[in-house]
Design a protein around this ligand. Structure first.
Ligand SMILES: Nc1nc2c(ncn2[C@@H]2O[C@H](COP(=O)(O)OP(=O)(O)OP(=O)(O)O)[C@@H](O)[C@H]2O)c(=O)[nH]1
Ligand SMILES: [Mg+2]
Length: 448
């Protein structure tokens, strides 16, 4: 067990209850020096008592729960003390434990210890943070599934397949003289392809996985007065951005967030783009352009009730190469713009005033972003996982080509497969050559 650490586990501020958490060597003894209550502390039972300082003065009434290693979150001895949720009380209690030999925990240290002690693998440990910060129901569900090990199980199974393949290749090297089951070239390719399919299945979820965790960045752009702010408000269902008939109403960008079928969407209303001599407006226009660059999807808003202007087309040229939707607004006043110009683009007719077309627009936003939501699909990989999966995919693809074409020695083949397996191992945080060895023994019963 490691050195004892302590931290406040609840948010800063006044609340009904606040919790101080300890983990590591000797934490029960440390806690009991300042806890007056029942003489016996039974693991996993709630004990009522009071926390007292060095001089015996009562600081607060409290409930103490002791978790004996390894049956705790971190896998170490742990103590959780629930107090009244006053930051002064909690701070005071933490200071007592610091004076008694605890160290203040680093961010995420409890979970890090849980990982190091084998309570959680790396993907699960990541899910803890994601579960806490989940902004939508879907994000919560995805994080929980990952915490429960569903992603890990898939990744581990794929990794096992590769490790098994390695074992065969290794056996080819070490025991090529002996009578041991070996594997044909076709089988090696077959198995590799199977793993590749599994990797690609996971990669399919990467884009959505990133959006679920970070949100889709959506920029609403267009020339002045086409109704960008009106649309922004309509999508948010809130009068957030100022709307007037004056051109150039919005000077700076304004942000808001939306939940579209469980995917957070970060909307930005921007200043109408036009040539301006006004120094303030010029900066606003510059910022609008920056927002176009960083957006995942751009909504180009047009005033459908007026003929198209050169300014509209100029902005269109700026957004054309990005994922974009042409939003023809003010259709309650009739449509006067020629839509043929935007052939091949997604065109959605809306009225920010009446709400017409907003549902279609929302669906189109998800479609343009490339969001994949399927019934029963609950595993969505993160950016870190994606990187490792892509690396693994690339190695295996190259390996397949080389293995099929050239006469690769099993030594070289094994290096490739092992490297690909290691990438997968990094996802769950278990990468050791020891595994491969273990797998050989398990399969071939060497030394029997
Ligand atoms: N009839 C009708 N009027 C609309 C609609 N959407 C916006 N308007 C009106 O158009 C005018 C401009 O709307 P805004 O939302 O301020 O336009 P904007 O694009 O944000 O303008 P700037 O901030 O100046 O760039 C306002 O008078 C709105 O009431 C719509 O769908 N139908
Ligand atoms: Mg505006």
């Amino acid at each position: 067990m490691k050195e004892p650490i302590v931290a406040i586990a609840t948010p800063f501020g006044e609340s009904a209850v606040g919790i101080v958490r300890l983990s590591g060597r000797g934490v029960l003894d440390i806690a009991r020096r300042f806890f007056r209550g029942s003489s016996q502390v039974k693991p996993r039972f709630a004990h009522y008592g009071e926390v007292v300082d060095e001089k015996g003065e009562v600081i607060d009434e409290a409930i103490l729960i002791y978790y004996r290693a390894p049956r705790s979150y971190t896998g170490e001895d742990m103590v959780e003390i629930s107090l009244h949720g006053n930051p002064f009380i909690l701070k005071r209690v933490v200071e007592l434990f610091l004076s008694a030999g605890c160290r203040l925990a680093e961010p995420g240290e409890f979970t890090k210890r849980a990982f190091l002690n084998g309570k959680l693998d790396l993907a699960q440990a990541e899910a803890v943070a994601e579960l806490i910060s989940a902004k939508t129901e879907l994000a919560r569900r995805v994080a929980l599934r990952q915490l429960r090990g569903e992603l890990s199980a898939k990744v581990k199974a794929l990794r096992e397949d590769l490790v098994g393949l390695c074992a065969y290749l290794e056996a080819d090297i070490e025991f090529s003289e002996e009578d041991i089951p070996t594997i044909t070239k076709e089988e090696v390719l077959e198995r590799t392809e199977r793993v590749l399919r599994g990797i690609r299945d996971l990669l399919r979820t990467a884009r959505t996985g990133k959006f679920i965790r970070e949100g889709v960045r959506l920029a609403i752009v267009g020339r002045p007065n086409v109704g960008k702010s009106s649309l922004f408000n309509a999508l948010l269902r809130e009068e957030r951005s100022i709307v007037t008939e004056v051109e150039g109403t919005t000077r700076d960008y304004i942000e808001g967030s939306l939940n579209l079928r469980g995917v957070p969407v970060l909307l930005t209303d921007t200043a109408g783009i036009r040539k301006s001599e006004d120094p303030v407006e010029k900066i606003g226009v510059e910022r609008s352009r920056k927002r176009i660059e960083t957006a995942d999807v751009v909504l180009l808003v047009l005033d459908g009730s007026e003929p198209l202007r050169e300014e509209d087309l100029e902005i269109y040229r700026e957004v054309r190469d990005k994922e974009h939707i042409v939003v023809v607004n003010k259709v309650d006043l009739g449509v006067r713009i020629p839509l043929e110009i935007f052939e091949g683009d997604s065109i959605i007719k809306v009225s920010a005033l009446t709400g017409y077309g907003l549902k279609d627009l929302e669906e189109e936003i998800l479609k343009k972003a490339g969001v994949l939501i399927e019934e029963g699909l609950n595993i969505y990989v993160s950016v870190r996982h994606e990187e490792l999966l892509r690396r693994s995919e690339k190695i295996l693809e190259e390996f397949k080509d080389r293995y099929r074409g050239e006469n690769l020695s099993p030594e070289i083949a094994m290096l490739d497969v092992r490297e690909a397996a290691d990438c997968l191992g990094e996802i769950v945080g278990e990468v050791t050559a020891e595994d491969i060895l273990g797998s050989i023994f398990a399969r071939f019963c060497i030394g029997k």
